[in-house]
Design a protein around this ligand. Structure first.
Ligand SMILES: *Cc1c(COP(=O)(O)O)cnc(C)c1O
Length: 488
């Protein structure tokens, strides 16, 4: 399988090149030249999640050996997922939650970041590259921890994470600062997430630094969600959800299903689109946004307008105004790298673009959209808990809201799967508040209060952090990020 750039489809690269390189020369994203087809019956008969992952990955990563993919999938989705990779839970009749938070960091980014490092190392091997890959990550919370956990002690790779000193929760900070591993480092940055992000981008763009590092055989890289190696593992759990619906007789093989996805950078939901194009019977993909509802407007009108106020919400991982992965969808829907390049150029220069009617119509055949502000999401979280006895986090609550709104309008009701992206104990204070309870200031006390009120149990990965040794306690100024990069 070869890959095009979304902004230039006159040349192709291999899967290993797409993964090692990350972005195309023109700044475009890599997309597969075709949608490989799966035999649904065969996929639904696979014995476990790692087997399903290896099967799906093989279709795209054709230069990677089957033996490698099988062992990589077993390593990635083994004991650290407690046997619950891709677990589907019934919420109520016709409504299901795909729980993507049973991994080591308790959020869905583990699916990509537990596997991606192995794909990168093997990709370098395939290409015969020997350099040290130095990964810099600016994070507002979740990505940093998932990346640290994924790259810990991976040979040929070093990773440093920068987080805003006052911008993460106590638990998010401790998840990062307690990270084990010889090849990891973590810094607090005086400033907000954008300050950290800006200076990480400056380091990437610094030609002098690049040359200096190249002399020492070091190459900078990012772990962000536009790499094909992060997207492809996410296709798998859509098939896993479907398999469980069939096995539990909720549907017969071949019957359609809806998915609703709490969305930020559009990576997770886009993986659902790939699953559909590969032959999974997906009826609609419902894109759920919080108050930063650029995507809701885009999917309804065809106008993508990022010129708006940015809001901090109780679903921080969805607080995004420019959803990078949407570019891939635009390429597939318009079929024109030239059009995509034009729209992206206009977005960069003017802050908005509008797709043509034909493209919008094609998008709307597959996608629906909804949004919920913090109050609506909290109301939904409480309702799902009190009515259905199902506890979800603040991001997933946004999706339940959009899913129910969509189901209320849809004439042809089919089973709905909501992607549940974080463990509720990652956000214990907001979850308690949504349930109408007064939340203690300390997050560990809040976890205990949440456990007491709901009769559920916090995961050891989070509750066990209390009192743990914080290895990394340095705070730097944003301008010092380049100097840290130089120390590779
Ligand atoms: C990253 C994240 C999302 C958004 O996923 P995208 O792929 O960026 O759309 C939703 N929920 C949680 C908890 C996340 O960490």
């Amino acid at each position: 399988m070869r890959f095009y750039s979304t902004r230039n489809d006159s040349e192709t690269v291999s899967a290993a090149q797409a993964i090692v390189q990350g972005l195309s020369k023109e700044g475009g994203l890599f997309v597969p030249e075709a949608f490989p087809q799966v035999d649904l019956e065969e996929v639904c008969a696979l014995p476990d999640y790692p087997a399903m992952a290896a099967h799906i990955l093989q279709k795209f990563l054709t230069e990677y050996s089957e033996a490698f993919l099988t062992s990589a999938a077993q390593n990635a989705y083994g004991p650290s997922f407690h046997g619950k990779a891709g677990q589907l839970s019934k919420v109520s009749d016709g409504l299901f939650a795909l729980e993507l938070w049973h991994g080591p960091t308790c959020a869905f980014k583990d699916y990509a970041l537990q596997l991606m490092p192995h794909l990168l190392v093997e990709g370098k091997k395939i290409l015969g590259r020997q350099e040290l890959t130095y990964i810099l990550v600016a994070t507002s919370g979740d990505t940093g921890k998932a990346a640290l956990a994924g790259y810990q002690d991976i040979p040929g790779i070093k990773i440093t994470v920068f987080y805003p000193a006052d911008g993460t929760s106590q638990v998010q900070r401790m998840q990062m600062t307690t990270q084990a591993g010889e090849n990891v480092a973590v810094f607090a940055v005086n400033g907000n997430f954008d300050d950290a992000q800006t200076d990480v981008k400056k380091a990437f763009a610094d030609k002098e630094l690049e040359a200096e590092l190249a002399q020492r055989n070091v190459r900078l890289s990012s772990a962000n969600s536009i790499n094909w190696g992060r997207l492809v593992p996410q296709i798998v759990y859509y098939f896993a959800a479907y398999q469980q619906l069939v096995q539990s007789n909720a549907i017969a093989l071949g019957e359609p299903v809806d998915f609703c996805v709490p969305t930020g950078n559009f990576g997770d939901i886009l993986a659902g689109y790939y699953a559909k194009r590969m032959g999974l019977p997906v009826h609609k993909l419902v894109c759920a946004s919080n108050r930063n509802n650029v995507l809701t407007e885009f999917l309804r009108t065809g106008v993508y307008d990022a010129r708006r106020q940015f809001y901090r919400t109780t679903s921080p991982s969805m607080d995004i105004l420019v959803s990078s992965n949407l570019e891939r969808l635009l390429y597939h829907m318009s079929g024109s790298a030239q059009k995509v390049a034009g729209w992206m150029d206009q977005l960069a220069r003017e802050g908005y673009y509008q797709v043509d009617e034909d493209c919008l119509a094609k998008i709307q055949e597959v996608f629906a959209a909804g949004c919920a502000d913090d109050v609506a999401a909290a109301g939904q979280l409480r309702e799902v808990f009190e009515k259905d006895g199902y506890l979800c986090d603040t991001h997933t609550a946004v999706a339940f809201h959009a899913a129910k709104e969509y189901a209320g309008q849809a004439a042809d009701a089919v089973p709905m799967v909501v992607l549940s992206t974080a463990n509720p104990y990652k956000f214990p204070k907001d979850v308690l508040a949504a349930l109408g309870q007064t939340a203690p200031e300390d997050e560990f006390e809040a976890m205990d209060a949440l456990a007491g009120y709901t009769g559920t149990r916090p995961p050891e990965e989070l509750r066990g952090l209390q009192g743990a040794l914080e290895r990394f306690d340095k705070t730097i100024r944003p301008e010092e990020i380049t100097a840290v990069a130089r120390m590779a």
